[in-house]
Design a protein around this ligand. Sequence first.
Ligand SMILES: NC(=O)C1=CN([C@@H]2O[C@H](COP(=O)(O)OP(=O)(O)OC[C@H]3O[C@@H](n4cnc5c(N)ncnc54)[C@H](O)[C@@H]3O)[C@@H](O)[C@H]2O)C=CC1
Ligand SMILES: CC/C=C\CC(=O)/C=C/C=C\C=C\C=C\[C@@H](O)[C@@H](O)C/C=C\CCC(=O)O
Length: 280
Amino acid sequence: MVFGKFEQAGSLWIMALNGKVAVVTGAAQGLGKGFVEILLQNGANVALLDLNEKAGKDLEENLNKAYGADRAHFYTADVSSEQQFKDAFQKVLTKFGRVDIFCNNAGIVNEKNWEKTVSINLCAVVRGTYLALEHMKKENGGQGGVIVNVASLAGLGPLPSAPIYTATKHGVVGFSRALSMASQLANYGVRINVLCPTFVRTALIDTFHSEELTGQFFNLKTVTESLLDKHPLVEVEDVAKGFLLLVKDESLNGAVLAVRSTGTGIVSFPTEIPKTPVSL
Ligand SMILES: NC(=O)C1=CN([C@@H]2O[C@H](COP(=O)(O)OP(=O)(O)OC[C@H]3O[C@@H](n4cnc5c(N)ncnc54)[C@H](O)[C@@H]3O)[C@@H](O)[C@H]2O)C=CC1
Ligand SMILES: CC/C=C\CC(=O)/C=C/C=C\C=C\C=C\[C@@H](O)[C@@H](O)C/C=C\CCC(=O)O
């Protein structure tokens, strides 16, 4: 299946990013900032969405100094608000005229206020995906494109100290994989891929030291620390390279990319779930 303007690199079909327009949520810091930078370095123009207005505006100024005027624009938006998300998306279309790449990256850990976590980590990912899809899909006159949803290794296996966070990330993986199949079957011309990083050196990983944010699971801090031993930290730049692959490689739709200190790989899901027979 071929989606958009691309150039051939060996047997790979690679989407050229010059002139493309990308949207990244949670873009003011951390992984989102890394995704924005690698997109700018590869020729795309980028809309940054975040609820942190000061950090977002400061980053916008610095990026336009570094990569050229008018390449990056910040829009204040709380992705858990349907109205704010829709308004920001409309402002992006008014400014840039198109959206080719959409990254649902914004996410939090809050096991106390779990409804907030579900609202941001899962509901807002669905909202952003559907906003982008409505604009991109060919049956609506769109140009096609690619959506990258940010899950986590906790979307592939449990984080005992963060069961709600784990649930939201499993939801992102399942939703994105199912929608990628729907997109293929309906010939939307839109690829939907998932990024599953291990622990990354950002502000978020301090969360599990916070009793306010881990709540009843604060006493499992040592479990997370032992998982950190098993899954050592990676840097934002390592994850950004995986993100760029999911954006540029036109052959990838429904891909789940795990980024770990031991390397990066596309997850293969068993068609037959291993089972231990029981007698009823
Ligand atoms: N840091 C890590 O170890 C890992 C992070 N992830 C995921 O990567 C994504 C980014 O996380 P990090 O960069 O590490 O976190 P971070 O806390 O450094 O940055 C998150 C950004 O999202 C923004 N944000 C939070 N709630 C928002 C909302 N309602 N509306 C708009 N913006 C909002 C924040 O203002 C911040 O700029 C999250 O989805 C997270 O679950 C996945 C695996 C590992
Ligand atoms: C408290 C949250 C902190 C940071 C955010 C985040 O998403 C960090 C996730 C980091 C690691 C999660 C590890 C989960 C490990 C176990 O559940 C494993 O069963 C995971 C399953 C497969 C891992 C892939 C592999 O190692 O082959």
